[in-house]
Design a protein around this ligand. Structure first.
Ligand SMILES: [Zn+2]
Length: 246
């Protein structure tokens, strides 16, 4: 493979900016983030830099995110001097993102949001169980893997707190932050975003079942065997195109 040139990197970064902006808009439309709270980031391939949804002087909320709102940040949470002087600021909770990237080389995108059903599940001590099947197969697998909970409702503004969250999250791609929100990781912005939507659907389902007093059995092995992995083209690319084109 030819080494990546500067033009290739710039084009790749522009594509990531667009994906992150689409992710912020989608999460806002689906109610996973409100107002100016919540952020999405991506690792720039081949570098130790992160593209992250920053806040500028013309901040209008996540639903109005544009590619220009996505700025380059170092692993220490620093923006360029030019960006700082122009009034850009990284989110206070940027350590959520940098901690995951530094500990998990396979992760290239991180979503942090404050969705309502995950909040209620965390506070109520309810954990999504693998009770659905063909309704949403990726969500079934998410529930089967188990959903860890970080128990402290703190603002994660320091590396020490982010390390605690990471310890709770372990090798999972999702973590409920009790009394706070969720952290979701993935091998790309679409994957992490769709996983965040699936997690919130599972939490809504869990709340609904709890209100009904229902406790359905988990999907049995014979039925699991009839639920194939439909692949990334179906589960990620087609779904992402459908949801971002709404
Ligand atoms: Zn937060």
């Amino acid at each position: 493979m030819l080494p990546m040139g500067r033009d290739d990197r710039d084009a790749g970064a522009d594509q990531l900016r667009s994906l992150i902006a689409q992710s912020c808009q989608l999460l806002a439309r689906r109610g996973l983030v409100e107002g100016i709270l919540g952020h999405v980031s991506a690792r720039v391939p081949g570098t130790d830099q992160i593209l992250i949804r920053a806040r500028g002087p013309a901040e209008r909320g996540l639903v109005h995110t544009e590619p220009a709102d996505i700025r380059l940040m170092t692993m220490d949470g620093a923006l360029s001097t030019t960006d700082r002087e122009a009034g850009w600021r990284v989110p206070n909770e940027y350590p959520i993102h940098t901690a995951v990237y530094q500990a998990r080389p396979e992760v290239t995108a991180v979503v942090h949001a404050h969705p309502r059903a995950a909040l209620l599940c965390g506070l109520a001590g309810l954990t999504p169980r693998p009770v659905i099947g063909a309704y949403n197969i990726p969500a079934l697998h998410l529930a089967r893997a188990g959903i860890p909970v970080y128990p402290r409702p703190v603002l994660i503004t320091r590396p020490q707190l982010a390390a605690e969250m990471l310890a709770a999250m372990g090798s999972s791609d999702v973590c409920i932050l009790r009394g706070h929100g969720v952290t979701v990781a993935g091998p790309g912005v679409p994957e992490a975003t769709l996983r965040a939507l699936d997690l919130e659907m599972l939490c809504q389902l869990t709340l609904g079942l709890a209100r009904l007093g229902a406790s359905p059995p988990e999907v049995p092995p014979a039925d699991l065997a009839e639920l194939p992995d439909l692949g990334g083209q179906f589960n990620v690319q087609m779904t992402w195109n459908a949801l971002t084109g709404e």
